[in-house]
Design a protein around this ligand. Sequence first.
Ligand code: ADE
Length: 224
Amino acid sequence: MKIDIITCLPNLFEGPMTQSIIRRSMDKGLVELKIHDLRDYAANKHKHVDDYAFGGGAGMVLMLEPIDKCISNLKSKRDYDEVIYLTPDGTTYNQSIANQLSLQKNLILICGHYKGVDQRVRDHLITKEISIGDYVLSGGELAAMVLADSLIRLVPGVLNNETSALSDSFQDNLLAPPIYTRPSEYKGWKVPEVLSSGHEANIEAWRYEQALKKTEKRRPDLLK
Ligand code: ADE
């Protein structure tokens, strides 16, 4: 999978996108993640990529031209399955969308900033608009990282144990059951006995029952 992220704040990605699972997925050659600085495509010597909104109003707007140039440059090298704009008024992201997107080969993610992007970017260059929740972030960067992280862990071979992504919360519309590790007792707080029984079928049944109970209690909407 190749993910190209277009942003005017490339430094924000340095920490989160260069550690742990994401770093290993890139080292193994399973994922290629590239951050593109929108300012490299600015048409003016001051490298401005934003301007005032036509008609007035507070807040700057990311300009059409640098975004178009950056996307055109990427598209000249390969075909893209989706060009995604991260925005609070997009479709709310969930595991089902993550599963679908993880099957794609090449994705572009565009991070908005300030008041957002010129509407013509959304009308002509974008194929999907995604929100990571009903709250407003100061830019699309954190949302793009959330998306990239959730997709990368689904790419086959990225997690050591393939089944561990399948047993995540939200796969099968169930929250994940409780998990425990050693010691089996601490301050009198015990691990449920069934988990040490070695009886696979009973353990599976217990986990399913716990997942169902937790989902009924916390997220009954998922069971509808
Ligand atoms: N940009 C700002 N807020 C956002 C959100 N909630 N989801 C995606 N992109 C955003």
